[in-house]
Design a protein around this ligand. Structure first.
Ligand code: G3H
Ligand code: 13P
Ligand code: ZN
Length: 342
């Protein structure tokens, strides 16, 4: 089947009361690991690419990798999403390329570092909603900022999402999905101890869900940074300091309160690097890249399968027929999110 609208995937997840993992890719092995995990668990899938990923892989390579994924895994509904678009222009180019979903991250200015004000965020996000919905493409917005700096994304400052502002933001922009800041950050170093409900403000999700029950909520920075992956990496020469991620049980709590998309990147990076370090250490005489990329791909698949099962998306790949993007355009017109004013 062709790439599917992310809105359809999330609407189905809401109906079924489950969440969908959104996994980042930069290369062939990551795409294969996620699609293979989706097949083995019979899960719908969201694959996302950051600006850095698009630059690393090259847009055309990325596009054709995803086309190959839809051909080889034709039974799996899969959405291709632009992660952390920094401007309407980045989102436009993703849509032109064939992405079925874009994130306009207007919580930060175009430099993807400086926190933006609310009016700027509303303006750029609404602009992207008009452009994207006119093509049947889904839009995720973000309100509040995450901590940490991962490559070039992040201000390093945490601003938790204000539920009052969330209501106004969704009304004025017409976004399909809203990323909320609840104290997580990108990368491996999220918390210096196991997070309690003060560090991880799950209550914000509950409050926003009560006030916006039909908006799909998104948790960023949702890697769990499992101790066994960190230990393996360190056993073979890695230097990851003691750290805590977002416990899977907290993500499951979020899913009970409207979280439908769960962003995971770091856990796959840790799994792949640990497997490669192990392979290097075990046979320093081996130099065929397949010798270390195969276990890396396997390690990533294992993480993705575990998350797909934990988030509840497993078993749901065959629940529905894909809706065309043209049909999505019609539905958006009906919803009244086209050609509105802020
Ligand atoms: O936004 C964070 C994701 O983990 C993507 O990271 O910009 O290093 O590709 P990246
Ligand atoms: P992690 O760094 O926790 O995997 O978060 C990924 C993410 O939020 C991508 O947008
Ligand atoms: Zn993110």
């Amino acid at each position: 089947m062709p790439l599917v609208s992310m809105r359809q995937l999330l609407d189905e997840a809401a109906k079924g009361g489950y969440g969908v993992g959104a996994f980042n890719v930069n290369n062939l092995e990551q795409v294969q690991a996620i699609m293979e995990a989706a097949r083995e668990t019979n899960s719908p899938a969201i694959i996302q690419a950051s600006r850095g990923a698009r630059k690393y892989a090259n847009d055309r390579f990325l596009y054709h990798l995803m086309q190959a994924a839809t051909e080889v895994y034709s039974e799996i509904p899969v959405a291709l999403h632009q992660d952390h678009g920094n401007s309407p222009e980045t989102c436009r180019s993703a849509i032109e390329l064939g992405f079925t979903s874009v994130m306009m991250d207007g919580s930060l200015m175009e430099d993807a570092k400086t926190p933006a004000d609310f009016e700027y965020n509303v303006r750029v996000t609404h602009q992207v909603v008009e452009m994207a919905h006119g093509r049947g493409v889904t839009v995720e917005g973000e309100l509040g900022t995450l901590g940490g700096i991962e490559d070039d994304v992040g201000s390093g400052e945490v601003h938790l999402t204000n539920p009052d502002q969330a209501v106004e933001f969704v009304e004025r922009t017409g976004v399909d999905a809203l990323a909320v800041a609840i104290g997580t950050s990108h990368g491996a170093y999220k918390f210096t101890k196991e997070p309690d409900r003060e560090l991880l403000a799950m209550s914000i999700i509950e409050e926003i869900n009560q006030r916006l029950p039909t908006t799909h909520l998104v948790m960023h920075g949702s890697s769990s940074v499992p101790k066994e992956l960190v230990d393996l990496l360190n056993r073979y020469g890695g230097e990851i300091r003691p750290t805590w991620g977002v416990p899977v049980r907290e993500i499951q709590e979020g899913i009970k309160h409207g979280v439908r998309k769960v962003n995971v990147d770091t856990d796959l990076r840790l799994a792949a690097t640990g497997a490669i370090r192990k392979a290097f250490a075990e046979d320093p005489g081996e130099f065929d890249p397949r010798y270390y990329l195969k276990p890396a791909r396997e390690a990533m698949k294992k993480v993705v399968k575990a998350r797909m099962e934990a988030f509840g998306q497993a078993g749901h790949a065959g629940d529905y027929e894909p809706i065309s993007l043209e049909e999505m355009v019609r539905r958006y017109k009906e919803e009244g999110h086209l050609l509105t004013t802020t």
